[in-house]
Design a protein around this ligand. Sequence first.
Ligand code: FE
Length: 233
Amino acid sequence: MSDTHKAAPMVDEVSDFEILEMAVRELAIEKGLFSAEDHRRWIEYVHTLGPLPAARLAAKAWLDPDFKKLAVADGVKASLAVGIDWINGPPTKFGTPSDYCSFRVLEDTPKVKHVVVCTLCSCYPRTILGQSPEWYRTPNYRRRLVRWPRQVLAEFGLQLAADVEIRVVDSNQKTRYMVLPLRPIGTEGWSEQQLTEIVTRDCLIGVAMPQPGVTSNAKRPVHPAVHPIHTGH
Ligand code: FE
């Protein structure tokens, strides 16, 4: 490698939060609250999580009106049908209970569109949706969605008619949400598997709507923010 083209460091400096996490983890292991092996199994489990169970839940609700009623009335119970047990916890049989909460399924209608945010931090139904996308945790999304929901959805490429009411729902420590979006036209006769594939993570947060042929979050135009929040970073 030449001297004129130096390689960038592979990792950034460790943040204060990472140091705090390591310190608390090592103290907890020393104190016997859990073992290093328990921690490894937990982290491996967390990395297996993704939005597929929530997408299946939505597809099942589209296909079965009784299941939809159950999902809207009791999201925790309905989650069992897609292999997610909020009460008895993950297959490791241990782990943080911070994700155990009231899990609510918000049903969109032709006149009401739900969209989820955590204005305080980044609360997210990780058990059924996996890790949150980076933008979900940004101050721009969190602060702007509650002020200018129609504008922010338009920036995501979701243009809603003026007579559609937008309900912004704020997650918190104990209550987490997923959106049950409208089943799009052009999906008549589709199987549960076909329907599941078009319910992307962004549809479940509420910033996108399912469309036949769109199975990825990346295929939509993203428009620049009109009133970006400047955080000073
Ligand atoms: Fe939060």
